[in-house]
Design a protein around this ligand. Structure first.
Ligand code: SF4
Ligand code: SF4
Length: 320
């Protein structure tokens, strides 16, 4: 049984994308060599699209994975993202990606974590740099990633955006300003206008782990979704997810084992100085500084994206 595949410009790739956030310093903080081996194993199993980001800190993991697998670079799709604002900052981000990934082109480069339409407008310089690099052939497609379905809806008809990376799971977990039904309608408009969509957080950042198979199948089989990014840090996760995307059975003991692994965002309160940097970056309103001047996580709202981890000046946050 083979993967269901999609066209990505002149390449054919499986619908399952190897996401590198969960192995990166923001989350598991795996050594690049260890992460590279998992990525290489994924490539051996047939995966061909690797998703990374400047903010994740997983360029080295990705580069080593490609090197270890010995695959021809042109057989892979590499997507990355940057959350910078200006033209020059984005030009630097593109050069950093090319250099650290050891490649002379990027298949898809996205403006990362666009919070709102105002935020998109404020980052017009960065977006221009992406279009400029696309004209020069340095990047092959341009995209945006956003947790906001309202923002995606406004940009749905913008033909300069080739790909949207959107929160998409059956419960709508992580969508900051709407429901999954509203998001489905947004995606429909994007598709009608020629845009393409790959799903973010199909397991809701881990909250849908107890129904992982059913939740992944729901996104995989969704007619509007082109591809699905899923973070993987172990051979077990790779086996389960590739089986699901190949429509193969998943052994019960494997799925039970993975269900039993829980993640949480932990605040080392003895280190926290109550500076609020984490609360400012969190789009989910999931971390707040309380009257004792210590940060506290609202576990209902936290999607374990890890974006707050690197902004903490005291290294008081860790996903474990
Ligand atoms: S608190 Fe917010 S930024 Fe931090 S991991 Fe949770 S959702 Fe992400
Ligand atoms: S950024 Fe770090 S030190 Fe500042 S409030 Fe958040 S956890 Fe505390």
């Amino acid at each position: 049984m083979n993967f269901e595949e999609i066209d990505f410009l002149n390449k054919r790739v499986p619908k399952l994308i190897f996401g590198t956030l969960t192995m990166a310093p923001l989350q598991r903080n795996m050594p690049p060599e260890e992460g590279g081996k998992i990525i290489a194993h994924g490539i051996d199993l047939g995966l061909r699209w690797i998703d990374t980001a400047q903010m994740y800190g997983s360029y080295k993991h990705t580069r080593l994975g490609i090197e270890y697998s010995k695959i021809d670079r042109d057989k892979l799709v590499i997507s990355t993202k940057s959350a910078v604002k200006s033209f020059n900052e984005m030009s630097d981000a593109i050069n950093q990606a090319l250099s650290e990934l050891n490649t002379d082109y990027i298949d898809l480069f996205l403006l990362h974590a666009v919070r709102s339409i105002d935020d998109f407008k404020e980052r017009a310089g960065a977006f221009e740099a992406l279009l400029d690099a696309q004209k020069k052939g340095i990047i092959h497609s341009v995209g945006i990633s956003t947790h906001s379905t309202v923002c995606a809806r406004i940009l749905a008809t913008d033909k300069r955006i080739n790909w949207f990376h959107l929160m998409f799971n059956k419960k709508g977990i992580g969508i900051t300003d709407g429901t999954i039904e509203y998001q489905e309608e947004t995606v429909k408009i994007i598709k009608e206008n020629g845009g393409r969509v790959y799903a973010m957080k199909p397991l809701g950042g881990g909250y849908l782990k107890d129904s992982a198979e059913e939740s992944l199948k729901w996104v995989k089989n969704h007619k509007l979704i082109d591809a699905v990014a899923l973070g993987m840090t172990s051979i077990d996760e790779l086996e389960m997810n590739t089986n699901i995307f190949k429509n193969l059975e998943v052994a019960k003991d494997l799925s039970d084992k993975l269900k039993s692994i829980k993640k949480t965002l932990f605040v080392f309160k003895n280190l926290c100085i109550g500076c609020n940097k984490c609360t400012e970056i969190c789009e989910q309103n999931a971390i707040n500084v309380k009257s004792d001047k210590k940060a506290e996580v609202d576990k209902q709202n936290c999607i374990l994206c890890g974006y707050c981890v690197p902004v903490c000046p005291k290294f008081a946050l860790r996903i474990i």
